[in-house]
Design a protein around this ligand. Structure first.
Ligand code: 13P
Length: 251
């Protein structure tokens, strides 16, 4: 049985006081959960704060991006080893906002994925199609290209050390969640695609769904055969919502 995972992606939200209140709201609600893991991915400046507040708890933490380079003259960038210094276990790689707003192509995403693995971080590797691509019937082609760029560089075994997150771009921040069947269909495709390289890796691969997951729809999404948890944006900023989602994953 694959373990369920719920990861909060705070995106560019929060502040010292807000983060503390949020984490203090989350911790009691997820403390007793044994069958699911919870993670929060904070903006870089708050990693030290998050580390101090979460160390020794059941909630892990991570970052939302990293450089593909180990060090050097790359002004404004943050390396994988720097994330390790702040106790990060996870890092989001290839989020659609990075791909769309910051021009990250699949080759760059693959290099970032590799840099994360090299430092012992677990990438939360995002794939997903736009509405235009879905309507053109290109969902599988787009997702396959995104997956293949990573497996081409790190192999199926490398992918198996990560978490995959299917995030249809049209469902992100729109309130328009993929139906459980729509999500399951793509999750099954992703697992099948991985199985073409390694049946073992495919069977164990955690594949999260992301895109307007809320307390009210998490349970039905997580009940699908190939959905192993969620990557949560907006609802991860509300303690009660995030706790409800983590609890749904632990059922
Ligand atoms: P929302 O949950 O706000 O739709 O965001 C999803 C997301 O992009 C998580 O990475």
């Amino acid at each position: 049985m694959r373990r369920k995972l719920v990861a909060g992606n705070w995106k560019m939200h929060g502040g010292l006081a807000q983060n503390q209140a949020l984490l203090e709201g989350i911790l009691p609600g997820v403390k007793g959960l044994r069958t699911a893991d919870c993670v929060v991915c904070a903006p870089f400046p708050y990693l030290a704060q998050v580390q101090a507040l979460l160390k020794g708890t059941t909630v892990a933490w991570g970052a939302q991006n990293l450089s593909q380079h180990p060090s050097g003259a790359f002004t404004g960038e943050v390396s994988a080893s720097m994330l390790r210094d702040f106790g990060c276990r996870y890092v989001i790689v290839g989020h659609s906002e990075r791909r769309q707003l910051y021009g990250e192509d699949s080759a760059t995403v693959a290099r970032k994925f590799n840099a994360a693995l090299d430092a012992g971080l677990t990438p939360i590797f995002c794939v997903g199609e736009t509405l235009e691509q879905r309507e053109a019937g290109a969902t599988e082609k787009v997702v396959a290209e995104q997956l293949d760029a990573v497996t081409g560089l790190v192999g199926a075994a490398g992918l198996g050390r990560a978490v995959v997150a299917y995030e249809p771009v049209w469902a992100i921040g729109t309130g328009k969640t993929a139906t459980p069947d729509q999500a399951q269909e793509v999750h099954a495709f992703i697992r099948k695609r991985i199985a073409e390289s390694s049946a073992d890796v495919a069977a164990g691969q955690q594949i999260l769904y992301g895109g307007s997951v809320k307390g009210s729809n998490a349970k039905e999404l997580f009940a699908m055969a190939d959905i192993d948890g969620g990557l949560i944006g907006g609802a991860s900023l509300k303690a009660d919502e995030f706790v409800t989602i983590c609890q749904a994953a632990a059922q």
